[in-house]
Design a protein around this ligand. Structure first.
Ligand SMILES: NC(=O)c1ccc[n+]([C@@H]2O[C@H](COP(=O)([O-])OP(=O)(O)OC[C@H]3O[C@@H](n4cnc5c(N)ncnc54)[C@H](O)[C@@H]3O)[C@@H](O)[C@H]2O)c1
Length: 269
């Protein structure tokens, strides 16, 4: 029988935002490593993603009572929670002021600010709090927070998103320090430019291009035509390459790591 290097057989892992994009790839990879998964998402996963070892709970991670009820449901069905991947997150490229005076809708509004902060920061906090209560009881667990290269370095036209992802990185550092003595490791991951996900749609590229002074007619291919020079490895990352690092971080191979965020950006600054 093939022996997996990353063996998560029997581990129970909650993945927020696991219905599509990076989260879908994370769920698939975790399953391939033997884990049982619970997808927490507002959107339905593909029907083929669900089986005896994969459950789905529809919720909004901004809603504390929905989150607490969902964690209780996972414990009821699978018995415990061994790991949490705080992957659900949203992005809206916005500039601080509409410098070019053509697209006021791309100026950061109060509503944009509240939307980004409530999902990326508050949602991450609420799910982590509910899951940590379960992990504390058994004195073991791993939380992986999805930050972003933007959160570690800033990003033109993405200041609010970047700030929320910096906050997520900061949660990782503080919770890593806070929870270590209870046997809970907390880690972060900061992807750079990746293969396209539903979040990276044409509207996002338009807003991002406008914010960078490139107008609004730029095609995604043109926008990223400098891949080869801006990314040392010369290409965007594959979703599976992010998922692989997460499986490693959850596994016991990473047993002495906590409180840090790992950039997965092909060497891009
Ligand atoms: N795609 C990238 O290039 C990239 C790069 C760096 C970091 N990230 C981060 O990775 C994560 C996933 O990104 P993605 O590109 O796969 O996004 P995506 O939009 O493709 O998927 C996000 C998932 O989260 C769910 N979700 C959003 N808000 C929710 C809420 N309030 N409650 C429950 N579920 C909610 C969505 O329904 C969706 O299934 C995000 O945190 C994002 O910031 C993405």
């Amino acid at each position: 029988m093939e022996k997996k290097w990353i063996d998560l057989t029997g581990r129970i892992v909650i993945v927020t935002g696991g219905s599509m994009g990076i989260g879908e790839a994370i769920v698939e990879d975790l399953k391939n490593c033997g884990a049982k998964t619970a997808i927490f998402d507002m959107a339905e996963p593909k029907p083929e993603a669900l089986d005896d070892n994969t459950m789905f709970i529809k919720l909004d991670i901004r809603n504390k009572s929905e989150v607490e009820a969902a964690v209780a449901q996972v414990v009821e069905r699978f018995g415990t929670v061994d790991a949490l991947v705080n992957n659900a997150g949203v992005t809206r490229p916005r500039i601080l002021v509409d410098y070019y005076k053509e697209r006021p809708e791309y100026e950061l509004s109060e509503e944009d600010f509240d939307f980004l902060v409530s999902i990326n920061e508050k949602g991450t906090f609420l799910v982590s709090q509910a899951v940590t209560r379960v992990m504390l009881e058994k004195g073991k667990g791993v939380i992986v927070n999805m930050s972003s290269e933007a959160g570690l370095r800033g990003s033109v036209g993405h200041s609010c998103y970047a700030a929320t992802k910096a906050a997520v990185h900061s949660f990782t550092q503080s919770w890593g320090k806070e929870l270590g003595k209870f046997g809970i490791r907390v880690l972060g991951i900061a992807p750079g430019i990746l293969d396209r996900t539903p979040a990276n749609n044409d509207e996002k590229y338009r807003a991002q291009a406008y914010g960078r002074g490139m107008g609004t007619d730029v095609k995604p291919e043109q926008f990223f035509k400098n891949y080869k020079t801006s990314i040392p490895l010369g290409r965007p990352g594959h979703l599976s390459e992010v998922a692989d690092v997460i499986c490693y971080l959850i596994s016991d191979h990473a047993s002495y790591l906590t409180g840090i965020t790992i950039p997965v950006g092909g060497g891009k600054d």
